[in-house]
Design a protein around this ligand. Structure first.
Ligand code: ADP
Ligand code: 5GP
Length: 189
């Protein structure tokens, strides 16, 4: 059986990654499985353990890193985030396409380790619109919003590293573009 793809999906906080993915995942033919990350950040209202993230203490996170359980990890806005390795490998072996929704430092680690990965970066139409979306979500304090906007400036300078850069201006258009990239990769030898 053909091994599944490893898809790296990045973009600044609030650009709409979650919203785009929810639509993309509805297409069962794409055989996408979402890799649930481990994080030390506090759950937001409505977030579910094991679905959105595995919420852990800093100590638990460090133990997982020390035991070599992480494919990649990074510090972002004061918290640690990382991808458990075993799930990714098991699912790819089953022929499923594993999608990692991760920030740029972690993405860089994955691109170095897994040369065959497919990378997609989602950009906002403008930084003003990005800020509107983060605020509209009403999940972050002022301090965290400022930190995420500052990080977005840096992240937007790293898009050259990615195979595909897609602007999430019109949601449906962005969804179709992401699906087209995955379909094309699936058809490759
Ligand atoms: P991320 O997962 O990248 O942090 P979210 O998916 O939570 O971002 O989206 C942030 C906010 O932007 C949400 O309120 C969402 O409804 C909104 N949003 C997402 N895509 C679009 C779009 N194309 N146009 C306008 N608003 C959008
Ligand atoms: P949030 O706190 O908004 O859920 O996520 C903050 C940032 O961390 C986002 O850019 C998200 O893509 C990234 N992220 C989520 N999980 C991981 C992970 O496992 N590894 C890395 N490197 N980044 C992650």
């Amino acid at each position: 059986m053909k091994k599944g793809l490893l898809i790296v999906f990045s973009g600044p906080s609030g650009v709409g990654k979650g919203t785009v993915l929810k639509e993309v995942e509805k297409d069962e033919e794409l055989k996408i499985v979402y890799s649930v990350s481990m994080t030390t950040r506090q759950p937001r209202e409505g977030e579910i353990e094991g679905v959105n993230y595995f919420f852990v203490t800093p100590q638990e996170f460090q133990e997982a890193v020390a035991n070599g359980e992480m494919l990649e990890y990074a510090r972002y806005a004061g918290n640690f985030y990382g991808t458990p390795r075993s799930f990714v490998e098991q699912e790819r072996e089953k022929g499923n396409n594993v999608l990692l929704e991760i920030e740029v430092q972690g993405a860089k680690q994955v691109m170095e380790k897994a040369k065959d990965c497919v990378s997609i970066f989602i950009t906002p139409p403008s930084l003003e619109e990005l800020e509107r979306r983060i605020r509209g979500r009403q999940t972050e304090t002022e301090e965290k919003i400022a930190e995420r906007i500052a990080t977005a400036h840096r992240e937007l300078q790293e898009t050259d590293r990615y195979d595909h850069v897609i602007c999430n201006d019109d949601l449906q258009k962005a969804v179709e573009e992401v699906k087209a990239v995955i379909r094309a990769e699936m058809e490759k030898e």
